[in-house]
Design a protein around this ligand. Sequence first.
Ligand SMILES: Cc1ncc(COP(=O)(O)O)c(C=O)c1O
Length: 490
Amino acid sequence: MEFTRNNRQLLSKIATNDRHGENSPYFDGWKAYDSNPYHPTHNPRGVIQMGLAENQLCFDLIEKWILENPDASICTAEGVDKFKDIAIFQDYHALKEFREGVAKLMGRVGGNRVTFDPNRIVTSGGATGANETVMFCLADPGDAFLVPSPYYAGFARDLGWRTGLDLVPVDCKSSDNFRITRAALEEAYEKAQRSNINVKGVIVANPSNPLGTVLDKETMRSLVSFVNDKNIHLVCDEIYAATTFSSPRFVSIAEIIQDMDCNRDLIHIVYSLSKDMGFPGFRVGIVYSFNDDVMNCARKMSSFGLVSSQTQFLLAAMLNDEEFVGNFLRESSKRLAKRHHAFTKGLERVGISSLKSNAGLFFWMDMRPLLKEQTVKAELELWRVIINKVKLNVSPGSSFQCSEPGWFRVCFANMDDQTVQVALERIREFVLQGKEEVDGSEKSKHWRKQNLRLSFSSSSRLYDEGLMSPAHMMSPHSPIPHSPLVRART
Ligand SMILES: Cc1ncc(COP(=O)(O)O)c(C=O)c1O
């Protein structure tokens, strides 16, 4: 599309820059799935979607509650008398009962070790909107936030596209289980300073997307000390808090600062019901700031992304039903644990390991032994084989700015048990096929690498041409590609 005429820019810089990431070739992963989606009977050789961090394991519990509580919906015979009150204009403070329900949920998810104040709950369009709102409150165009990598692929867009902020990765290493160290934070901070970049804060997702791990208390204390020492902000995106399914437990930053001598004005939480409750379509995001000015500004900004009052009304009833919420969270953890176990153990049996994790809707699969060489290019070659031959849409680590090639994020909670078995079987076949081919000839210990070389050579004709040529693989502005997961942003 032509954006300039007579040297005059017709559209805004935001409209014409490519920081949204949608034009990334990595969208091809989604295209591969969309054009050929797996179905057990209609399309059993289709692509299985494993790039979508959705929690679809407990809809039966939600549906049961909805049937048992028809008065919670304003479009039922039992609830219609509330229709007018709810349908008329609601201001940006959000319904009181809704804020109370969310505050209770956040407290419960944090093990009731800390109480959240409903008056500090500000609503937004999902965590996407909440993260952007916080950035608008804390930083100006050209300022930067430090982000421990690997990090959520949508952060670049959510934090930077419209705000004009930059992200500075804090390199975390697999040799240290991707722990966020003070040394790595200092290094990233100093590097930014040397380039005259004004660092306004650090943002972390706890539990981590894509790692599926929770931050330990020591790391969190060190993060708080770091931001205090530098007088910058700490934003904790706790969207996956209740997806923690085994020990160590999830610890909210709110609990940490309770026992620390620190400037609470620097601490902000982002929350959402997209993952913990499995409602990404409801677009319920939360900004919870300990800083009154930030809270007041975020509340005013929330006019741009309010949660519909109909949704608030339904959720107010659901979240204030404490017995239901307690059972739901317990059952959800159980089902996530079972699914995680089935997947990771299934992969272990064919020799594929993953980072030890206990939260999230995904795990971080280690395919480094399968790379031809330890480069992003080799990672993407392997990724294309997995999508196009094995027909699984998993996400390459480079989409998450991982500095070590060979890691892949695998989502496990957006499909049924049968699909899990099909996915595992495909991986098993893929790995065993390679092993047999090599065992039959030279008994190499490096059969995996050999196999993939074979796979690459057979697939390269198909996938290395045209759009998928290496020249098109990289964003022109970044050596590391964007995620293919643009549409669902998960
Ligand atoms: C860490 C993180 N933050 C924010 C989001 C956006 O969530 P929402 O659907 O609530 O906008 C996601 C979605 O995957 C995420 O993983």
